[in-house]
Write a protein that binds this ligand. Structure first.
Ligand SMILES: [Zn+2]
Ligand SMILES: [Zn+2]
Length: 326
């Protein structure tokens, strides 16, 4: 009976699985199901990659690994050999993200949203994430992606000031998305979408935001606002991760859920600095109290690259990403 190598019972949330044995034989049957890829892996490096089908392992269909084995002493061509077989899922996954970040003026931000991704380049993914990060299980891959995504979002948001983030959230989130997509591509992952669904700051900075836009001190009731905590709590419940929320800290639930069961993502929301209502990020005026949500015209300049009117204190153009020298 030939050896059979197969990822059986792969769950819809499983991203990666390592075949438990590393002693392999020529003539073994490698079974790769739909939405799977199998990557031969040895000494931290990816070799031959197999798509769906039933494959009989020979030196002909494992040319890269055979090349390595030939260079190693004692390889006879039909002796058993050592390699790991890493299976990955090529399904589209949906995840929730959420993190703390800060603006150029160090105003604390809490942001959350959703993202969708799939593994596009199995070899690159196995080299960079599985081998590179020692992430051999779905839980380890999840942990890595979560940290990686949050780190890039934090880094991107640190280029923007408070008023830009709050009044131009849609443009900001598109630029952040495009940057993050590039980073994921470098590790073999195609991020098909990344959405911001909510953003908030502390009461002190909400007051400052109000002052920046109106020149007035915020009335007492501005401070009695619903915070992103409430939204994050419901997010935690629906995500099924069961993670308890700390004070003001947005924790992401278990990020992987099979796509298809997701509700349509809501439009991104910002908190009106005057009345505290959540309003769509695209609003120019608060639909509840009429406060202008557009950036103050007095402090506007034109971007030297795309010509759009942008806040004078921008470090980067929120339209085109051009660095603005001040
Ligand atoms: Zn309002
Ligand atoms: Zn521009």
């Amino acid at each position: 009976m030939p050896q059979v190598i197969e990822w059986q019972n792969a769950g819809s949330e499983d991203i990666v699985w390592r075949y438990p044995k590393e002693d392999l034989t020529w003539g073994a049957q490698l079974v790769v199901q739909e939405y799977q890829m199998a990557v031969f892996f040895r000494d931290g490096k990816a070799y031959d990659v197999f798509g769906p089908g039933r494959h009989t392992l020979t030196t002909l269909n494992l040319p890269l690994l055979t090349g390595l084995l030939t260079r190693l002493a004692g390889f006879g061509g039909n002796k058993p050999f050592k390699a790991a077989v890493i299976y990955i899922s090529t399904r589209l996954f949906a995840g929730k993200w959420g993190t703390r970040a800060q603006t150029t003026e160090l105003a604390p931000l809490q942001v959350f949203g959703q993202f969708w991704f799939k593994i596009e380049n199995a070899s690159l993914f196995v080299n960079e994430v599985v081998g590179g990060q020692n992430a051999y299980t779905t839980a380890e891959v999840n942990n890595y992606l979560r940290g990686f995504l949050n780190e890039k979002i934090i880094d991107e948001l640190s280029h923007y000031d408070l008023i830009t983030v709050f009044t131009r959230l849609d443009e900001t989130s598109i630029i952040v998305k495009n940057t993050v997509i590039d980073y994921f591509k470098r590790v073999g992952i195609e991020m098909t979408d990344l959405r911001f669904e909510g953003i908030d700051t502390t009461p002190e900075y909400r007051e400052r935001l109000f002052w920046l836009k109106t020149g007035k001190t915020a009335p007492e009731d501005v401070l009695r606002m619903e915070t992103v905590k409430n939204a994050a709590e419901s997010l935690g419940k629906s995500g099924g991760g069961g993670a308890a929320l700390g004070t003001g800290m947005v924790l992401i639930p278990q990020i992987m859920t099979p796509t298809g069961t997701q509700a349509a993502p809501a439009a991104a929301l910002v908190i009106c600095p005057k009345c505290g209502n959540k309003v769509p990020a695209t609003s120019k005026f608060c639909p509840d109290c009429g406060t202008s949500l557009a950036p103050p015209a007095a402090g506007a300049i034109n971007c030297p690259k795309c010509g759009k009117s942008i806040p004078a204190n921008s470090k980067f153009c929120p339209e085109c990403g051009q660095q603005i020298s001040s």
